[in-house]
Write a protein that binds this ligand. Sequence first.
Ligand code: URA
Length: 240
Amino acid sequence: MQLQEILFSQGFGTRRICAGLIQHGHVTAAGHPVTDAAADFETEDLRFCVDGVEWPYQEKAYLMLHKPTGTECSRKPSAYPSIYTLLPPPLRQRPQKGATQGVQAVGRLDQDTTGLLLLTDDGQFIHRMNSPRHHVPKVYEVTVRHLLDEQQVSRLLGGVVLDDDPRPVRAAACELMEETRLRLTLTEGKYHQVKRMIAAVGNRVERLHRSRIGRLELPPDLLPGQWRWLSAADLAALAP
Ligand code: URA
């Protein structure tokens, strides 16, 4: 693939901007400076640098973000900064079907929820991770205001009715960790589901953190606000 086309596909701007970056000496590819925008490269395992920052070529981008509190998962946030401001511009500009759509969050977390958030431009992946039919477990560490008891835990496991659906929703797993802390596993993602389930058993969420999706844990060295590419092992941990 021509280098200018590679940069375009990875979100570095219009084809003209990408050609300009190459011609003006901002780009190295496969370890060498390149000034010919039409130079051809094998994309498999290609690494290139733009202004000294290294990028792997990725047909589809998959990444994880440690979502900090006080950020919204919307591109047009109403009150807090958008999580998308935490990503470098190319990830926000990757072209898709003629539009500069960029990566999208795989489901949303509330503004005050922290933890593991996946982002990608692979629509099928988003569908598989979000669909309740695929039962992908999402694990939440929940701190609540009032003391927890076994009765609340068994109600969360047995099923509680939320206001928008007469069918009960239940936790796939629920572990009491401390007097006001539990670990809750859900396989669906209704609006404010954890907060509403906890309210339904007479308690209130004070802090909410997502620690795991599928078999993928939030790495302890990924600090709030930081992102990283998903490795092959990470993707395998998200496979059915
Ligand atoms: N459930 C909630 O209530 N909020 C979240 O952010 C995620 C799950």
